[in-house]
Design a protein around this ligand. Structure first.
Ligand code: GMT
Length: 378
């Protein structure tokens, strides 16, 4: 099939998932057309089936706010018509679902139908989309999509609670390429980070308020009083300066390292012992799933879709939001007990296998096949 994928090109979960989906579809022989404003960060391979169409937003002195959505819809029209797309799959409702609606109407005027699949990812529903500035457009464009998918049961329920949705929402979980994350640790790298064989904790996020990175530091501060441990913080975002101040108050040397945005997450996870995700909300928690694929148990909060992936007492532990005491106690118990830690690592890996790319991508293909035109190749 000829599939248009619209996403944010950044390190955020929705962009990562959309890009990995596009790559997997291309590997299976579909033609995949990415439409976005920058080369997606995970689009780091050459594949003859992958096309990238950059959306440019010309500036004009009148525009205090350059109209990205208009430029995006115009690019969608161009790609639909010139590359004869079978469908558009948009990731993250704002502004992708409404731009897709506009493109759909424009091509219809030219005698062309294009099915639109909208995948809801999280903050497009639970944070930004709910804001009354956006809500009417979000509700309308979700309802106008031919298919709506959400990345967890929790997000599906949250969507029904917050918006007046008239259609069925299909749940298709996030996925991970287990083979890519199941890597042997690089000893030299581990030695640099933990020269005295300290345990290594990892947190990865976009450092937004919803991630509660301050709790990562609080948890770390409690654990280090009981066992030798290092902390790697992956990613970047608005909260980072404040978190750096907190980190410096706890330790002045290299105990806590900020490694910034990283493409090769699998190299970092390969040396990790525990992953911390104390978020205020996660629709799913793709970062936790990637950790599990690397055999890293997860200490997380018990919010949103996290209980659908992190099995308490098996693949990790979950506590209430802000309960740093409980999360650090769980972490210490696990890190002190090598036998238990090994059991958790194996269970985490097995859980990731359930969400392996090979199990989830066919679920999207099944939806696409409903819209396969007479002449399109499945
Ligand atoms: O919060 C992020 O990491 C970014 C955000 C996004 O949409 O880019 O992630 C959301 O989508 C991911 C992929 O579906 C989910 O795994 C994350 O849980 C979700 N984040 C939140 O709900 C806060």
């Amino acid at each position: 099939m000829r599939i248009g994928i619209v996403c944010y090109p950044t390190f955020g979960g929705s962009g990562v998932l959309a890009t990995e989906l596009g790559k997997a579809l291309a590997d299976k022989g579909h033609s995949v057309h990415f439409i976005t404003y920058q080369q997606p960060v995970r689009l780091n391979v050459f594949n003859a089936n992958i096309y990238y169409h950059e959306v440019r937003v010309p500036t004009y002195p009148l525009f205090d706010y350059p109209p990205y959505e208009v430029a995006l819809a115009s690019m969608m029209v161009d790609v639909i018509l010139n590359h004869d797309l079978d469908l558009l799959h948009v990731h993250y409702a704002i502004p992708h679902a409404s731009a897709a609606y506009m493109a759909k109407q424009i091509v219809r005027k030219r005698g062309r139908e294009i099915p639109v699949i909208t995948t809801l990812h999280g903050t497009d529903i639970t944070l930004v989309g709910r804001d009354k500035t956006y809500e009417p457009v979000v509700t309308f464009s979700i309802n106008e999509s031919d298919v709506i998918t959400a990345v967890s049961n929790n997000l599906r329920e949250e969507t029904y609670k917050s918006f007046h949705i008239e259609k069925e929402i299909d749940v298709i979980y996030n996925f991970v390429d287990v083979a890519r994350f199941n890597k042997k640790p690089i000893d030299a790298f581990r030695k640099v980070i933990a020269p005295n064989n300290e345990k290594i904790l990892v947190h990865a996020s976009n450092f937004r308020k919803v991630k509660r990175v301050q709790d990562v530091i609080e948890i770390y501060a409690r654990i280090r009083k009981k066992i030798p441990v290092k902390l790697l913080l992956v990613g970047d975002g608005p909260e980072r300066p404040a978190i750096e101040v907190m980190a410096r108050e706890i330790s002045k040397d290299d105990e806590i390292r900020f490694v910034g945005k990283q493409e090769q997450m699998e190299e970092i996870l390969a040396i990790a012992d525990l992953f911390l995700l104390p978020s205020e909300y996660e629709s799913f928690g793709l970062a936790a799933l990637e950790a599990m694929a690397a055999r890293v148990p997860v200490i997380s909060t018990n919010v949103g879709g996290l209980p659908e992936i992190n099995i308490h007492g098996k693949t990790g532990y979950m506590s209430a939001i802000g309960d740093v005491e409980s999360m650090s106690n769980y972490a210490v118990n696990l890190l002190k007990d090598e036998v238990l830690l090994e059991e958790f690592k194996e269970a985490a890996y097995q859980q990731a296998c359930v969400h392996d790319i090979h199990n989830i991508v066919p679920q999207y293909e099944k939806i696409y096949s409903r819209y396969c035109r007479m002449d399109c190749e499945e």
